[in-house]
Ligand binder design. Structure first.
Ligand code: CTP
Length: 446
């Protein structure tokens, strides 16, 4: 019996795939199809799959061409599979010509002519190309634009800013560059807002009322009443409102959360997060609009509320403010200590102050250590009393998590679900801290 194996993602199964599978099957008597797992695809930079592994497997099964299906989960697995399954022929499409010649040591390698004029990427792009507009003039939007290029299903086509002079240079060539908000909103399906905290609420409200989906840099709003109103508006208008904290979309951070849930470090006793940076020099006007608590507070608070919940019993806020801007509580450094029923947490955030940007989560059996800058890390460790038990975890992080965030936003729009990485309760708790900071007189200012 001649055993043949072929591999692929098979997203949105199309006739190019079916023709490939038919010819692969005809090469022998028994066909094994390797289907890539979502995690493996992510490490290969394939982040746009619209179907889950289970859906992709079901589609290949339904062709009736595969005698056996295996899931491809790691680099180098092809060699293992070929040896383990006693494969005689390895085959793939001619787009891979030459690439798998190293397998000739283990079996025969055949490249089959690729079917012209069709691919999963093409179908995905055609299915849903949403027009996205940018709001704001932060340099950061350049990164968002760059990352959007690797994401299927959404095109950034314009930018609005109240001051066109400060728009980053690479964005000045977009199709639509305007200081008229209505003009931008009338020409897009969705917006990415990164203006400044004091106007986020107004801009979001305006966009939602026009039926546009919104992805907004945190903080979404500066008090809970505003946030509640925005959530209701999004529901009424059947659009997505999503908070942008890119750390929430990093693979390492997500794995850390589930590992902690599985009790690997025991009961969690303390979460301590620090995020600081010096001021940027590119846009001085914008710099005056982002203080420490708004620029870094949401990111530092994310693990606190995601790990311990939002039900803290008390907190103490201490801030060092610019003396000339004391009236508007413009802090360069803030420390918050939280007391939960059976745990504690602390955050330190600084803009214009530097500290070690690490995240430490202490438990009854051990602790998790995420080195600086923890908010864009690809690595963490679990550490124990006995160093021999320590474990290190590495995951790929492309584009600081922005591309995964965009994929998630487009997925939420496509599927009509608001099931995104940051729960409404967590955003609400973050907004609550902004409210308490600005509106409560109980903040210690130094
Ligand atoms: N294939 C083919 N003809 C096509 C598309 C794919 O013969 N028009 C083959 C590939 O060469 C590969 C298998 O089908 O052997 C699975 O390919 P996959 O990467 O899953 O599909 P693509 O459509 O190429 O996906 P994408 O656009 O995401 O790269």
């Amino acid at each position: 019996m001649t055993k043949v194996i072929t591999y692929g993602t098979y997203d949105l199964l199309h006739y190019g795939h079916i023709r490939l599978l038919e010819r692969a099957k005809a090469l022998g008597d028994y066909l094994v199809v390797g289907i890539t797992s979502d995690a493996y695809d992510k490490t290969r930079g394939k982040i746009n799959n619209q179907q889950s592994l289970m859906e992709r497997i079901a589609a290949v099964e339904a062709t009736g061409l595969a005698d056996e299906i295996v899931v491809e989960e790691y680099e180098g697995q092809k060699i293992d599979d070929i040896k383990r399954l006693g494969i005689d022929i390895f085959t793939v499409g001619s787009d891979w010509e030459g690439y798998f010649d190293y397998l000739k040591e283990f079996c025969k390698v055949v490249y089959l002519e690729r079917t012209e004029g069709i691919s999963s990427s093409q179908i995905r792009a055609k299915n849903s190309s949403l027009k996205i507009g940018l709001l704001g003039n932060s340099q950061f939007l350049e990164k968002v634009y760059k990352e959007s290029k690797v994401v299927n299903g959404g095109d950034i086509c314009g930018i609005y800013a109240d001051n066109l002079v400060d728009i980053p240079s690479s964005l000045k060539d977009l199709e639509l560059v305007t200081d008229k908000l209505d003009l931008l909103l009338d020409n897009v399906d969705a917006v990415y807002i990164h203006s400044y905290p004091a106007i986020h609420y107004e801009q979001i409200r305006y966009a939602l009322n026009k039926g546009k989906h919104v992805l907004v840099e945190s903080p979404v709003a500066l008090n809970r009443t505003q946030y509640k109103e925005l959530v209701n508006l999004a529901q009424i208008n059947k659009v997505v409102l999503m908070e942008a904290i890119r750390t929430a979309y990093s693979t390492a951070y997500n794995r850390l959360l589930v590992i902690l849930q599985s009790g690997k470090i025991g009961e969690i006793v303390s979460v301590d997060a620090t995020c600081t940076s010096l001021k940027s020099i590119n846009n001085k006007e914008l710099d005056k609009k982002w203080n420490s608590i708004t620029a870094w507070g949401p990111t530092a608070l994310l693990p606190v509320f995601q790990i311990l919940g939002d039900d803290y019993v008390e907190k103490k806020i201490i801030s060092r403010v610019e003396q000339e801007n004391k009236d508007i509580k413009f802090d360069t450094f803030t420390k918050i200590d939280f007391v939960f029923e059976d745990a504690t947490a602390s955050i330190k955030v600084g803009r214009g102050v530097k500290s070690e940007g690490e995240l430490i989560i202490s438990g009854t059996k051990g602790y998790a250590y995420v080195p600086a800058p923890w908010w864009k890390t690809d690595y963490f460790e679990l550490r124990y009393e006995n160093p021999a038990d320590n474990r290190r975890y590495f995951y790929q992080l492309d584009g600081e998590g922005i591309r995964y965030e965009l994929v998630s936003f487009l997925q939420a729009i496509r599927t009509g679900s608001n099931n995104v990485a940051i729960a409404t309760e967590v955003t609400d708790a973050i907004v609550g801290i902004m409210e308490d900071y600005f509106e409560d007189s109980n903040v210690t200012l130094i």
